[in-house]
Write a protein of this length. Structure first.
Length: 134
């Protein structure tokens, strides 16, 4: 209820509050459904089930080399789409890929995958920390 000082009494005006939260974690698809060539990789993901109340979601797709217990710098791209083409990759290196969903309410936890590109034209899924769908 809101006090209407002009009338000097309570009025039954409705106040609607709309809270926007961060979206849920995007789901990265199995690499077999993605395209890996000699030096490029198309990473695909699914929109989060939970939007946080804001369906206008953008994504940060990023990767880094993880070799000999050393972590390289993140290479980051932003997109509104559900895939991103990474290029100039080494086909004998392990990469960590992450996708983070963003909206007005904040950022999601990253969906992540470790991908070992151990031979040209092929990939090996080394480890995953998110549930994935074909």
């Amino acid at each position: 209820f809101v006090v209407d000082f002009a009338a000097g009494a309570l009025s039954s005006r409705h106040i609607f509050l709309f809270f926007v939260g961060a979206p849920g974690r995007p789901v990265i698809y199995w690499p077999e459904s993605c395209l890996l060539t000699k030096d490029s990789f198309t990473l695909k993901w699914r929109r989060p089930e939970e939007t946080g109340g804001d369906k206008d979601i953008s994504y940060t797709a990023r990767y880094r080399v993880e070799k000999d217990n050393k972590k390289g710098p993140w290479i980051t791209q932003t997109t509104k789409g559900l895939q991103y083409d990474f290029s100039n990759l080494d086909n004998k290196v392990q990469y960590k890929f992450e996708v983070i969903a963003k909206n007005k309410g904040g950022e999601s936890q990253p969906g992540e995958r470790y991908i070992q590109t151990n031979f040209p034209g092929g990939i090996f899924l080394k480890r995953t920390s998110v549930q994935c769908y074909p």
